[in-house]
Design a protein around this ligand. Structure first.
Ligand code: HMH
Length: 207
């Protein structure tokens, strides 16, 4: 029986909950997040998305051609997202050229290191990263202004559909995977979950 994305979620409920339920998101929903906390998340996540876009490019390079459609639409969405981050930072008069914090750096390093892994492992990581934001923001929706558009960006139903396609593609790649690859996929899933929890905590602890 090949490993599936759904099994990863089912077999690691605690890790996944920690990745997608956090006081940072709870306070966004309550409208009580502090500007320093939110702005730290915003600036660091901009840098995360730069790294994630590079990862998407490498994933596309490793993917079979019949997996291109969702990946290319994802990359187009990332173009829009990077511009949107710049606009949000400008609205808040935030300098995007700040130091990348250790947690963000570690997450970007994880994505860089994925280049040496098989397509199945890269596809599993890509799905898990997108699902974490889809579920994280969705579980804390709706959010009051000015956070509504942030929750909607990743929590909207079209994004959920996109993440389902990513799961199908990862599942397909995992179907033909050997035991070592399957183990790597499970390991990367847990690493992504940990990095997500750490990323929220980094922003939560900001002044
Ligand atoms: C930390 N994880 C983090 N940031 C994001 N923007 C996403 C996932 C979704 O792309």
């Amino acid at each position: 029986m090949p490993l599936t994305c759904q099994q990863l979620i089912d077999q690691h409920p605690d890790a996944w909950r920690a990745a997608t339920v956090h006081p940072f998101l709870q306070r966004c929903q309550a409208g009580t997040i502090q500007p320093g906390q939110f702005n730290t998340w915003l600036v660091q996540d901009y840098h995360f998305v730069i790294g994630f876009t590079r990862m998407a490019g490498r994933l596309l390079a490793a993917a079979p051609a019949d997996h291109f459609n969702p990946l290319l639409s994802g990359i187009a969405a990332l173009q829009d997202e990077l511009n949107w981050f710049q606009a949000k930072a400008a609205e808040r008069s935030l300098d995007l050229a700040v130091a990348i914090q250790p947690n963000c750096q570690a997450y970007c390093q994880l994505m860089t290191d994925l280049a040496s892994q098989s397509y199945a492992v890269q596809a599993t990581a890509f799905w898990a990263i997108e699902l974490s934001y889809n579920q994280g923001w969705q579980k804390h929706s709706p959010m009051p202004e000015p956070y509504t558009e942030f929750a909607d960006r990743w929590g909207n139903p079209a994004f959920t559909d996109y993440v389902k396609l990513l799961a199908q593609q990862a599942d397909q790649a995992l179907q033909g995977a050997d035991a070592a690859t399957t183990e790597q996929a499970e390991a990367i899933f847990l690493e992504v979950a940990q990095q997500e929890a750490d990323f929220w905590q980094m922003a939560f602890e900001a002044k």
